[in-house]
Design a protein around this ligand. Sequence first.
Ligand code: MN
Length: 296
Amino acid sequence: MMAKPLDPYRAKRDFTVSAEPKGKRCRPSAKARFVVQKHDARRLHYDLRLEHDGVLKSWAVTRGPSLVAGDKRLSVQTEDHPIEYLAWEGAIPKGQYGGGTMIVWDQGTWTPVGDVAEAMAKGHLEFVLDGARLGGRWHLIRMKGRGGEKKQTWLLIKAEDAFARAPGQPDILIEHLTSVISGRTNADMAEGRVIRADHAARAEIAKDRPRRPTQAKVKGARKAVLPPFVEPGLATLADAAPSGPNWLFEIKHDGYRLQARIDGGRVKLLTRSGLDWTSKFAPVATALKALNVDFR
Ligand code: MN
C-alpha cells in the first residue's frame, strides 16, 4: 500500500493520550497558511509549518526565527503535520512524542517564490511571510548531507528587506512571548490556565479604549473634595470567623498595607495611620501615576 503523507505523523503519536489532531489530508486553501509554534518540549524551539499540498511542511527551528538579515537559524525538517495543526496549542503529556507545551506564536499566510516541489527538491525554498509578527522575504536552505543522517537540516535566513532588523535591534522572540490566539505564554499553558472564550474581544476593546472609570457609573457617588486621608477599617480580633452569605473571605498576605491617594496626577502612599511612605515605594507610586484615573 502506498504510504500516505501523514503516516509518519500518526505513527509517532498516541491519540488516546495526546490531544493533538489526528488530521486528515485537506484540499489546499486559496491562500497558503503558515504557523510558528513555540514548543517548550525537552528543549525549547519554534516549529515553522508551511501549508503545501494538503499538509504542513514542518521544520523545528532550534533557536527560533531571527529578523536580522543573514542570521542563520538551524532548522531540522520534521514530519508533515495535518492542516488542523495550524491552530493547535496545548500541552502534550510528558513522555509522549514532543511532550511539553505548545502555543501558536505566529500565524498568517505565505507565498512561495517559484514552484514549491522544485524548490524543496533543490533544497532552496524562498518565500514571503505575512503574519502577525513575522513578515517579509525568507530563505530555507538545505545543508549538504552529512551522510546517513535521517533528518534533513536546513538554515532559516531572513532576507534583507523592510521587515529585516539590524543586529542589536530588539529580538522579536523576546518582544513577543504569548500566543497570538489566546494571549497565553507556555508557562500559562503548563499551569493549565484556561483561555477565556472572550479573550480576543477583550484584547480588542482594551487596545483602542483608554480605560477610565466614570463617576456617573459609580452608584451613589457624589462630587466632593478629596479628603487628605481616609481612615481604613482595621481587623478586629475574634474567637471565630462569622459565617453566612453576607460575608466574603480573603487570605491575608503578610506585608505592608498602604493607601494610594491619587489627586490630579499627584500620588501619595499612606500608611494606615496616615504616614507618607511614597518615597519608600517609589516604583509603586510611578506605576500608580501611569494609571488613567482622574475624577476632577
Ligand atoms: Mn516541535
